[in-house]
Design a protein around this ligand. Sequence first.
Ligand code: AMP
Ligand code: MG
Length: 435
Amino acid sequence: MKWNRAAVEVAEAQRRLLERVVPLGAQRVPLLQSFSRTLAADVAATHPVPHFVKSGMDGYAVRHADILGACLEQPVVLRVNQVIACGAVPTQSVEAREAARIMTGAMLPEGADTVVPFELTEECWAGKSRTDEAGEERDGRDGRDGRVLADGFKNVRILQVVSKGRNTSAVGEEMADGDKLMERGRVIAAGEAALLATFGYETVSVVRKPRVAILTTGSELLPVEAPLQPGKIRNSNRYLLAALVESAGGELVALDTVPDDVRRAEAFLQDMMSRVDLVITTGGVSVGDFDIMADLLERWGGDMLFNKVEMRPGSVTSAGVRGDVLLCALSGNPSACFVGFELFVRPVIHALLGRSEVLPATFTARLQGDYAKGNIYPRYLRARTCIQDGLLLVEPVEKNQSSVTVTIKDADCLVLIPPGGGARAGDLVTVLRLS
Ligand code: AMP
Ligand code: MG
């Protein structure tokens, strides 16, 4: 079994995994705790926005018919009948040759249909302009903070006509009642949170986080706090995977390490069956004498989905399912583990979350430098994007072997090198974006 493996294409392996994903149920969380979570239900507008006619500027609400022809030489003088602050309800309507002093976001009074910004007006009283020293004394304003005093409703000169409806927002202009706004499966970021708040969602229905267990296997693994010993290494995949799971939106509920001992690994797996949605293992999945995962995948009681994938690195990546619990067995080689996570595990977590696009987005870019190494399988090369002379290039990271840890941090994409003799500088290559 370890030796007789039929390789499937990456897309087929992804399909087999995703087909077995059962999207998770919902839970309610406070809006402030919903960021990065996934909407469990569609969201529609429950009222128009704005729900009252609104001023878009600080200025004067007027009847458009009154300001026709207004210009510097022949300003139109209107009587100011009220001051409308943001949040206030107008106390009276604007009648012919009247204006209401109004602030941005405040409710337009009846009768008014247009707002003329302060910049195009001039306050006046008994025919005096605001710039007139004497007039300023008498126009009822406090010169320092511009507040209109209680008896300060005076006249205003409109110095320029603006078009009808200008600087006002009609009811429902931004969103009409019942408008579909967001679909379930959408991640809540800043814009989504603002929209939810607009419609009074103090709490939000989000998809429950996938419960994930990580098992790192290998008799060489030392805990992070242990001093180095000959032949042993610190267990870096444990932290690599924990960080990846968190970034994908999963909840880490168990994290264990076992030596190359199939019974220990099996005990962990059995224990997890009733506790998690997904188990990720690393190490022991290859054909070495102490590689235990092949044995384990035969005896754990689940279905094998695949145990070899046409890809480099990590062709031995395997997966299975038991009931609703998925198992992804990744290579122990740190970079292969990383690539395996991005190609298979992150999509599974996102599918559990009910997200719509779960596979890495792809784009095309030019390869920076030759990649001479050929292979019978497609290679997913860790790389970073860069822009040169306005062109998008992808540059493979240095030290891109599957065994290295040092360059995992440098990659923001995976370049797909097709099977064959590698790729040349300047070739157009398919690139998978990493989140
Ligand atoms: P394996 O997949 O068990 O054949 O391991 C392949 C390589 O990855 C070996 O050099 C291991 O020492 C290394 N390796 C396995 N597990 C880990 C881990 N958890 N952290 C860091 N390196 C690991
Ligand atoms: Mg091993």
